[in-house]
Ligand binder design. Structure first.
Ligand code: ADP
Length: 398
């Protein structure tokens, strides 16, 4: 049996193919719109053979078709064999926690949550729709980014709002990127040769979205994202947490309506909003290095946001054993890591400059006398999803 993993992001579709027993993907791919719709860039690696092309794929529905066709043409997915499909779904709410087989009830619930995860749940639904059409006999399993936060203590998920909003409207912190944070915390324990049950770690997932999570003994105890994936440090296009009074003022004094606010907060803020250059960290770094004052400001604010999240999460742990960076920015920007860690001296965290600049994930970049280890970990949501698919099909899902 093969497992196809589909991860529909806001402006990309990532996919991997696994054989049932192997932990490593035999093929991985990315279809990326780079922020625009229409023709997309497509990169597919089967083993060491990487091929890059432009493809006609308007949206996640079309991209899923391209993914399945490409993997099949390249021999990484045999359509006549048994296949199971794992889908990353960002928001499962309170009803959908454990990884589950997808049926109409599950897709309906994911659709209902689209209003609170507008960048993520709609693309996931399009990908699920396409994959179910293309592979109608395969079991399709949804794996939720919110699941890792099932044990958050109540005082960290109830908001200081009218209590009826929680009781009657279900407004509470959910937390996101859980698949990535759970993998990272487990991988950190493995890298440090420690039992997961004995490790306290803060993991920073810094990609297009950005979040940090404190995990104690394998259980998420606090996280920066909230009711929606808009909270926490600033991100590529998302504002992160801002003074809610600004939103009241923008409506009263400047006539913005809910759609205006949604667009501004989700799509026109963060690195893009501040720099005026791009939502892509690399492009903002390049502009800052070329002298753009606003790009430099955006980078400073970004690092400040991540540092602040780490500082705040550190207060939820009785000891910090490791700090881990993962995802596109976390894995690749040595400057960002240096900037974040420079301000963490009070936590006793120190990174080795040369190791920070030269090491590739997975690696430890802390100085010998750092009070906590500092780890670079390659994001492997696909691996976690494949594992979940196997356990759902084996009936051993948690
Ligand atoms: P997603 O959340 O969509 O999965 P990624 O994890 O791929 O996103 O991260 C995308 C971000 O990573 C972009 O802002 C991109 O600029 C940044 N990034 C990728 N490579 C580098 C690099 N070498 N240096 C700095 N930033 C990078």
């Amino acid at each position: 049996m093969s497992i196809l993993v589909i991860n529909a992001g806001s402006s990309s579709l990532k996919f991997s193919a696994f054989t049932a027993s192997e932990e490593d993907a035999c093929a991985t791919g990315l279809i990326d719109w780079g922020g625009g719709a229409g023709r997309a860039g497509c990169r597919v690696s089967v083993g060491a053979d990487e091929r890059v092309s432009d493809v006609d794929a308007e949206d996640h529905l079309a991209a899923t078709r391209v993914a399945v066709e490409t993997l099949s043409e390249r021999g990484a997915l045999r359509l006549n064999d048994e296949i199971a499909v794992g889908h990353r779904v960002v928001h499962g709410g309170t009803a959908l926690r454990d990884s589950t087989r997808i049926d109409e009830r599950v897709t309906r619930r994911i659709a209902e949550l689209s209003s609170v995860a507008p960048l993520h749940n709609p693309p996931a639904l399009r990908a699920i729709e396409a994959a179910r059409r293309l592979l109608p006999d395969a079991p399709h399993v949804a794996v939720f980014d919110t699941a890792f936060y099932r044990d958050l203590p109540r005082h960290r998920y109830v908001y200081p709002l009218p209590y009826a909003w929680y009781e009657e409207w279900g407004i509470r912190r959910f937390g996101f990127h859980g698949i990535s944070h759970e993998y990272c915390a487990a991988r950190a324990a493995e890298m440090l040769a420690r039992a997961p049950s004995g490790l306290n770690v803060i993991t920073c997932h810094l990609g297009a979205g950005c979040s940090a999570t404190a995990t104690a003994g394998g259980v998420a105890v606090a996280t920066s994202m909230g009711f929606t994936p808009l909270a926490g440090p600033m991100m590529g296009t998302r504002s992160g947490t801002v003074d809610p009074g600004i939103l009241l003022h923008a409506q009263r004094a400047h006539g913005l309506d809910v759609e205006d606010l949604d667009r501004a907060l989700n799509r026109e803020s963060g690195l893009l909003g501040v720099s005026g250059v791009s939502s892509d960290y690399r492009a903002v770094e390049a502009a800052a290095n070329a002298g753009s004052d606003r790009a430099r400001l955006a980078l400073d604010m970004y690092a400040e946001g991540v540092r602040g999240a780490i500082g705040s999460l550190a207060t939820t742990l009785d000891r910090l054993d490791a700090l881990a960076f993962t995802a596109g920015i976390g894995e690749n920007s040595a400057a960002l890591r240096a900037s974040v860690c420079d301000g963490l001296g009070t936590l006793g965290i120190g990174i080795d400059d040369a190791r920070n600049r030269e090491t590739q994930p997975d690696a430890d970049i802390a100085t010998a006398d750092s009070r906590a280890r500092v780890l670079l970990i390659r994001a492997r949501e696909d691996l976690m999803i494949a594992r979940e698919v196997r356990s759902v099909l084996a009936g051993t899902s948690s």
